[in-house]
Write a protein that binds this ligand. Structure first.
Ligand SMILES: [Zn+2]
Length: 450
């Protein structure tokens, strides 16, 4: 969608909002079983900063949905210059059955790249049309993990927060500003008596790292595709025997965090609005593979002791808190996808990437990969560990190809999706028919300018 179209959409939304007494009830799509995905508009519809709150991707996470509903009921203390759209229930079918997945067994928060679910197709379409500057993804995390309970520990933090981690994502806020963003949320929670931490995962072996770098979740997926600042907001899911008081504590903490994010969105408004939306430039370097490395310092985390219920600090020496890029590529002018690969083109269309069909016989400079050898991925959804490529440049006509220029919103995402050496490539999905086969040409071409 062009800027002009986006403005038109914006005006249409605005007039629709003004013409209704109450701002509730825009339907942006339907679940597999035809439950509406209902959006509620909050704040001044002429405000410059747009924030999209999405709760309930996982149908069994109750408190997050309730916190989003509470934001609708009491919105806006200290919030300036922000309008919000709140989707309290992104997975109504899962919520009805109290299951994490949707009706088809799809984990919606692992579906932001492959868009297999109708729910995600509708939600992405809304994001593309409304173009929020900030997207808050609301979840609940389990307070008891078996391997931690075995060490006598249960989760103590009321809220965990995080921002995008994939290194190809370019955001309006600098790393320092993102840290400030997270720190301010956490300080505000603390001043009200709630504990929080940046989102970390503790493995059974005691290794700790931040959230995944994969682009299948809302946090990385939507930030990479649309350049929005995404914020993951995980509230502690109490266990049943903790009762209503503990559940209420989580809801209040998540509501507080939501309000704090909205306030910050207003404060960072000018910077957020200035974002170019991850538009690519030819020759620009895009990371397509990375890993977490050991940080210099150990990480201390607070836990509640299973037996005594006291809160104590546990030090994890193996804190993988440092992200290291291990492979990067230079962007071509465009990627050319054979029209014969219909499944792949359909998916890129679902993602809303602009493209055109080459219709001239004129030869252009292209680069083609030859796959010399490849260690097959262990299973669908995974990337081969090793792949050896040779490239050769030539002049060739592009009839029979769909051309996806990288000078568009999310242009950098095209490299992450389409490069054969990407650890996050669409070749991971068997149904897209993009296998990496030894002794063959990779079907997607890099189109070089001039
Ligand atoms: Zn979740």
């Amino acid at each position: 969608m062009t800027a002009v179209e986006a403005n038109k959409f914006q005006r249409r939304q605005t007039s629709r909002i003004e013409s209704t007494e109450r701002r509730a009830g825009d339907i942006i799509g339907w679940s597999k079983e035809n439950s509406p995905l209902v959006l509620t508009w909050l704040g001044d519809s002429s405000a410059a900063v747009r924030v999209f709150v999405i709760a309930g991707q996982h149908g069994d996470e109750v408190q997050g949905r309730q916190a989003a509903a509470r934001l609708i009921a009491s919105y806006g203390q200290g919030v300036r210059g922000v309008q919000a759209a709140v989707l309290t229930n992104a997975n109504p079918d899962g919520a009805l059955r109290n299951t994490r997945m949707n009706t088809d067994g799809i984990d919606l928060n692992r579906d932001h790249q492959s868009l297999r679910s109708v729910e995600m197709q509708f939600i992405h379409r809304f994001v593309r049309q409304w173009r929020p500057h900030v997207i808050v993804d609301v979840h609940n995390y389990p307070s008891r993990r078996r391997h931690l309970v075995e060490r006598g520990l249960v989760a103590h933090h009321d809220v965990l927060v995080d921002v995008p981690t994939h290194p190809a994502i370019k955001l309006a806020l600098s790393e320092e500003q993102r840290d400030e963003f997270l720190t301010t949320i956490r300080e505000e929670l603390k001043s009200e008596g709630y504990e929080s931490e940046r989102y970390v995962l503790v493995s059974p072996a005691g290794r700790v790292r931040h959230s995944t770098t994969d682009v299948v979740d809302a946090r990385n997926g939507l930030a990479l595709r649309y350049g929005a600042l995404t914020v993951l907001l995980e509230g502690r899911a109490p266990i049943r025997k903790e009762g209503a008081v503990a559940a209420e504590r989580t809801i209040v903490a998540q509501h507080l965090a939501l309000n704090s994010i909205l306030k910050l969105a207003g404060q960072f408004g000018e910077t957020l609005i200035g974002n170019s939306g991850s538009i690519g430039r030819e020759s620009e370097i895009v990371p397509v593979r990375c890993c977490y490395r050991l940080a210099e310092n150990a990480l201390a985390l607070k836990f509640r002791d299973v037996k005594t219920s006291d809160v104590r600090e546990v030090v994890f020496p193996e804190f993988r808190g440092r992200l290291k890029v291990t492979r990067q590529i230079a962007l071509p002018a465009a990627y050319a996808v054979p029209l014969a690969n219909r499944e792949l083109i359909e998916l890129l269309k679902l993602h809303g990437f602009a493209h055109h069909i080459a219709n001239s016989q004129e030869a252009v400079r292209i680069e083609r990969y030859f796959i010399e050898s490849v260690t097959a991925a262990p299973c669908d959804g995974q990337t081969p560990k090793r792949i050896s490529l040779k490239t050769n440049q030539s002049l060739a006509p592009l009839d029979g190809y769909a051309i996806f220029p990288i000078t568009q919103t999310g242009g950098r995402a095209l490299a992450v999706f389409l490069e054969p050496k990407s650890n996050y490539g669409l070749h991971r999905y068997g149904e897209l028919n993009l296998p990496l086969l030894a002794d063959s040409f990779y079907p997607i071409l890099r189109v070089l300018a001039g």
